[in-house]
Write a protein that binds this ligand. Structure first.
Ligand SMILES: [Zn+2]
Length: 624
């Protein structure tokens, strides 16, 4: 490993603009001499993360995390010290001493750094091909068809993957790239029998996924020709990079690197569904537009938006799927308390609660249209209304058949249940009942069902809804106790304390959800109710809401106690809890094996006894 001289480190530290570096991931606001924002290391709703440009230091009063620019890049971007030094040197214009490029040094670089390097080489290759009049013709024709101009092509670093099967594999081999790394990031595939490698992206327009900071973490590639293969079977319209150490799609937003600056200047983020929606929107001047990468919106993406933008405008397609995606996204934004608006179409002719935009209108076709379309687009985004209000006035009242109306009321109740402020919830309930010409009791009963209470006489003013224990007036133990009515709370022995602890931790720090999933928490929970709650929470529901619905009062209180809310290092606590649960699981397994061993010995089944005895040894080894 190359050593970087101390004075070079010091020079980088002095020149690094810590506010700009952290500002790539957190929207910071000036507060006196310092800057403040929402901590990226622990889930929080009021800023306790401070950055001091004078001292070149950050400090979080919530989780006590602190450090300088190096610490931030290492911890937040998961880099080694050397990689952080490279990143910061590039940002500050400091030259690192040149180190001989030996195979040993290459091996010593982290795999993550090598993956990013391979992606960078591939992105440059795809761009070169697109620029080549002959080889890039199909890609160029596709972009022309979508009226995407050269400026966007450059801004999004678009490229073209040629149709022959080895162009990239050959190029990477010529660049002396470790091809195993290229396999890991999903650029090439090993040929199982013939040996060698072939390209994964072929005949596709390639959109690199670039993160703030400029690294290419993966690719999203769209077919440009027929969506039918040579053998007549359909071909996927999009192929995205597989999950890897650098590409975690649930945490990525397409266009974030290009849009981040505009979140601040425009005071909002616009969220659309697809990559080309993003590109067309940027071209039309809406440079604050991003999209999830080929999946439904995740809680991690919502958290990221919450740290970077003051509000979000949802601008999804006007079809049924777009409506459902909007409702589900809105539910997540309500739970995260990030204001979300819905873009409206002037003179819209929706129907049955499904159409939000005029028939056939989607962000891409509007954005890639002429000046008229752009004007209309500006009006739609500019007149976006708060999500619930928009649906209550504009969409749900259009439901005609009893089924449509019932679905609209249920959707409404699910969203209303997330509204923290009871007065606001009351007002919207009233509005909705009026707009849909319904008895307010119908909406209130649906709301009671959605929040897990029995309906009889339970108006939303006394309803619990979404109340975080830390929210003003949200006293967890009082609010969630005796008034459960007839809601189905499963019986049975109380769940094990250590499992309740883990859910309590996740309730206080929803941001740890993904980490917990990676640690295999689901397989460590033995209580059926907690397993269900955990799965529902990973699907986007709030544990704070689920606990009183699914658990008896004392257990629900254990989850809602907020006792880990102020813990200095929740991530580490999670690790400890997971380790303990693993230990317990090992012990339980051993005990069970011993019981069966005793049984086998009693029956004189020596074969089985021998097998069980050796299994016990293996299990013990795993535990220790
Ligand atoms: Zn923090």
């Amino acid at each position: 490993m190359a050593l970087i001289p101390d004075d070079t480190i010091a020079e980088i530290r002095t020149k690094a603009d810590i506010v700009a570096i952290i500002g790539q991931h957190v929207q910071l606001r000036k507060a006196g001499r310092n800057w403040k924002g929402l901590c990226p290391f622990h889930g929080e709703k009021t800023p306790s993360f401070n950055v001091s440009p004078d001292k070149g230091f950050f400090y979080c009063f919530g989780c006590q995390k602190k450090g300088d620019a190096f610490t931030f890049v290492m911890e937040y971007e998961g880099k080694s010290f050397h990689e952080a030094a490279e990143t910061l040197a590039a940002l500050t214009g400091v030259t690192l001493p040149i180190v001989e490029d030996s195979p040993a040094l290459r091996r010593a670089r982290s795999e993550r750094a090598q993956m990013l390097e391979v992606n960078k080489i591939a992105a440059a290759f795809f761009r070169d091909v697109l620029g080549d009049p002959a080889r890039g013709a199909a890609g160029r024709a596709y972009l022309d068809g979508r009226r995407i101009d050269a400026a966007q092509e450059e801004r999004f670093q678009l490229g073209y993957a040629p149709g022959d099967w080895h162009a990239l594999a050959d190029h990477l081999a010529a660049q002396r790239v470790d091809l195993e790394i290229a396999v890991k990031v999903g650029l090439i595939v090993r040929q199982p029998r013939a040996g060698g490698f072939y390209d994964r992206f072929r005949d596709r327009l390639v959109c690199p996924v670039i993160v703030p900071g400029g690294e290419v973490v993966g690719f999203s590639a769209r077919i440009v020709g027929d969506a039918v293969g040579r053998d007549g079977t359909p071909v996927a319209k999009y192929i995205n990079s597989p999950e890897s150490a650098v590409y975690k799609k649930s945490k990525l937003l397409y266009g974030l690197a290009q849009a981040r600056e505009s979140f601040r200047s425009k005071g909002r983020a616009v969220l659309v569904e697809g990559n080309f929606d993003v590109i067309s929107m940027h071209q039309a001047g809406f440079t604050e537009t991003v999209a999830p990468l080929g999946t439904a919106l995740t809680t991690e993406q919502v958290e990221q938006l919450r740290r970077l933008a003051d509000r979000v405008v949802l601008f999804y397609d006007g079809d049924r799927a777009g409506y459902q995606a909007t409702v589900s996204a809105l539910s997540m934004f309500l739970a995260a308390e990030l204001p979300a608006h819905i873009a409206t179409a002037p003179g819209r002719a929706g129907g049955g609660g499904a159409g939000m935009l005029r028939d056939g209108a989607d962000p891409d076709s509007l954005a890639s249209g002429g000046a008229d379309s752009h004007e209309r687009l500006a009006e739609m985004i500019g007149r976006a209304r708060p999500g619930l209000e928009f649906l209550a006035y504009e969409v749900w009242p259009l439901a005609r058949t009893p089924e449509q109306r019932a679905r609209a009321v249920d959707d409404a109740a699910k969203l209303l249940a997330k509204v923290a402020n009871p007065t606001e919830r009351d007002l919207i309930t009233g509005t909705l009942a009026t707009a849909m010409q319904l008895d307010p009791g119908v909406v209130q009963r649906a709301l009671a069902r959605a929040t897990g209470r029995s309906g009889a006489g339970a108006g939303p003013s006394s309803g619990r809804g979404y109340a975080h224990p830390n929210a003003p007036g949200g006293d967890a133990s009082a609010g969630h106790s005796s008034d459960r009515g007839g809601a189905p709370v499963p019986d049975g022995p109380p769940p094990p304390t250590e499992e309740l602890d883990l859910l309590a931790l996740l309730a206080d720090h929803p941001g740890l959800g993904a980490t917990s999933e990676e640690s295999g928490v689901l397989s460590l929970l033995t209580d059926e109710r907690l397993r269900d709650m955990y799965s529902a929470s990973r699907a986007g529901q709030s544990l704070v809401e689920l606990a009183p619905q699914r658990l008896s009062t004392p257990s629900a209180q254990a989850v809602l106690s907020a006792r880990f809310a102020k813990h200095p290092d929740p991530a580490r606590l999670l690790d400890q809890m997971v380790a303990n649960l693993r230990l317990r699981q090992g012990r339980l397994e051993t005990a069970e094996l011993q019981r069966r061993l005793a049984d086998a010995q009693r029956r004189g089944d020596t074969d089985l006894a021998r097998r069980l005895a050796s299994q016990i040894v293996t299990t013990r080894k795993q535990v220790d």
